[in-house]
Design a protein around this ligand. Structure first.
Ligand code: FES
Ligand SMILES: [Fe+2]
Length: 361
């Protein structure tokens, strides 16, 4: 059993053993026990808005690469099918398209948009064909805020993972979010994915790493809340700077940003202008892709505030995370302590990871 224990008491705990970031056995265990069993963002629903539409999407590109297919049938029902032919395993659909059936290019087996075999040349009269196992398997699918999430074999239910964030953001106009392609970015960071997540989970570094962002928010009011499968950080605006209407935030005044992290690798940053989604995709022990997607509900608020100069903040974060990557390789570095005041989110993430990697300390 791989073990990277983290003490339950943040005041006495030490951070994750730095050996974790270079341990191939831990990497494989995290891939199988955490990522393959988690809910993952696939995309928004834009490509499958119409009846009779197909959108191939990989589940966690670069790590799991599971070929999936969002399929909206003629009645409007949306499913997440396997995109792998049940005959000899050819990948079926390669590009977004309108369709009333799915036809395999290899030997011409056809499926309907619910994944059922329609026809299969060469199989005529074969006993017991087609059986339900010849139909395309389905992944679990949930939609929220115009986004699609899938899971193959989730360790936790959708509600256990996303429920707190869904309930807490129910007063935001999520149905009004519109994709803003100008905000799309793909960053590649030379660091372990968990270092990128850790950095996201504390505002402790904001005054030191993000001098411009620090001018926008009231640092003493910065707040971290932990939930079963997520962490919320709340930043408050300086007077006169962009903030949510209080009724959008349960009556709380002056909220500049709601930073939700959903275990293990999704960040949903809500700003007065809309949502900046960051999907953290592990590529290798020291390589991570971070996909940014922006969804706006109020173009008038597009600039300024805590949700303003996101590219600058990202560059500052990448530089520090890459420096930490070099540091955790050090033969002299030993796991340090947590700031109990500022690093409860990091501690919670480490506890969830440690639980997945073996018996909890
Ligand atoms: S692999 Fe699809 S029909 Fe043969
Ligand atoms: Fe940061």
């Amino acid at each position: 059993m791989i073990r990277y224990p983290v003490d339950a008491d943040v005041a006495s705990a030490r951070v994750l053993d730095p050996a974790f970031y270079a341990d191939p056995a831990a990497w494989a265990a995290v891939r199988e026990r955490v990522f393959a069993r988690s809910w993952q963002w696939l995309d928004d629903l834009g490509a499958v808005a119409e009846r009779g539409s197909l959108a191939p999407r990989a589940l966690l590109p670069g790590l799991l690469d599971e070929p999936l297919l969002l399929a909206r049938d003629g009645e409007g029902a949306l499913r997440c099918l396997s995109n792998v032919c049940t005959h000899r395993g050819n990948v079926l659909v390669h590009a977004d398209c309108a369709a009333d059936a799915i036809r395999c290019r290899y030997h011409a087996r056809r499926f309907d948009l619910a994944g059922r075999v329609l026809s299969s040349p060469g199989f005529e009269g074969l006993p017991g064909f087609p059986a339900p196992s010849d139909d395309l398997p389905q992944a679990q699918l949930r939609t929220w805020a115009g986004l699609a999430f899938a899971a193959l074999d989730p360790a936790e239910s959708w509600d256990a993972t996303f429920g707190d964030a869904v309930r807490a953001t129910s007063a935001l106009p999520l149905d009004a979010l519109v994709r803003d392609p100008k905000r799309d970015r793909d960053f590649e960071v030379r660091a372990h994915w968990a270092l990128y997540v850790e950095n996201f989970l504390e505002g402790f570094h904001v005054p030191y790493v993000h001098p411009e962002l620090a001018k926008e928010i009231v640092l003493p009011d910065y707040r971290v809340e932990t939930f079963a499968g997520s962490v919320l950080q709340v930043a408050h605006a300086k007077p006169g700077r962009p903030a949510f209407a209080p009724q959008a935030c349960g009556g709380e005044r002056g909220v500049a940003a709601l930073y939700w992290w959903i275990f293990p690798n999704l960040m949903l940053n809500f700003y007065p202008w809309g949502l900046s989604l960051n999907h953290v995709q592990p590529l290798g022990a020291e390589r991570t892709r971070v996909v940014y997607r922006g969804y706006a509900w109020d173009a008038a608020h597009a600039q300024g505030g805590a949700g303003g100069a996101l590219d600058t903040v990202e560059e500052e974060d990448e530089a520090i995370v890459e420096a930490v990557q070099r540091g955790v390789r050090s033969r002299l570095y030993r796991a340090g302590r947590y700031s109990a005041r500022h690093e409860r989110g990091v501690h919670h993430f480490h506890r969830l990871l440690a639980a997945a990697l073996g018996e909890q300390a």
